[in-house]
Design a protein around this ligand. Structure first.
Ligand code: IMP
Length: 195
């Protein structure tokens, strides 16, 4: 459409750089009404920051004319571990199943149980049809439990309780988690950019 002015509408397709069905569902729920589709990205997530990885992932998307690309890079930062696992959250245990990730975290923290404060961080990079890239960020503070609780969600959800709450993310409904979560917060910032 040379010369045409591009305008965002709910019919615009948003392509998400992920094969993680849980992430995609959470993103689709907050961006309800928009056309959201996942696309695998094969990039090596070797950036030192969530921003660097999110931008790398969004750049790798194959977008058709008029489509918007988004990529989420997220992770858990634990205070007594100096912010680890952080950008390496997905690779903290081998094999990196949710169960292994949670169990390893609880094991590593056993001797440091006094300070269990932690934060989930999510950075979403968005690539507009003209090529411009921006990032938005969402953070939720909370603490790490002493044992896994709940069966919803993914990753570290069974061991994270947001501040002022008693339930882990894995004990909350999808809507309940999205209202409080790092991803829900980043997505609500993103929605403002899309208007
Ligand atoms: P990446 O963003 O694909 O590099 O991976 C982020 C990793 O951080 C996931 O594989 C999970 O282990 C963890 N993570 C990110 N967001 C969440 C969440 O909402 N709940 C639980 N774990 C999460």
């Amino acid at each position: 459409m040379p010369g045409a002015i591009w305008r965002f509408s709910v019919r615009t397709k948003i392509i998400v750089a992920t094969t993680n069905e849980h992430k995609l569902r959470e993103i689709g729920a907050v961006l309800r009404g928009y056309r959201v589709k996942g696309q695998g990205s094969r990039v090596v997530e070797d950036g030192k920051t969530f921003e660097a990885n999110a931008i790398k992932k969004v750049r790798s998307l194959k977008l058709k004319e008029g489509e918007i690309g988004i990529a989420d890079d997220s992770g858990l930062m634990v205070n007594c571990l100096g912010g680890r696992p952080g950008v390496r959250s997905a690779r903290f245990a081998t094999p990196p199943t949710a169960e292994n990730l949670c169990r390893k975290l609880l094991r590593v923290m056993r001797s440091r149980s006094a300070n269990r404060r932690a934060s989930f961080v999510c950075v979403i990079a968005v690539k507009w049809p003209a090529g411009k890239i921006r990032t938005v960020k969402g953070v939720v503070h909370g603490r790490i439990t002493n044992q896994m609780r709940g069966s919803h969600g993914f990753g570290y959800d069974p061991v994270f309780v947001p501040s002022s709450y008693k339930k882990t993310f894995a004990e909350m409904s999808a809507a309940g988690k999205n209202r409080l979560s790092h991803r829900g917060r980043a997505l609500r910032h993103l929605k403002k950019l899309l208007k």
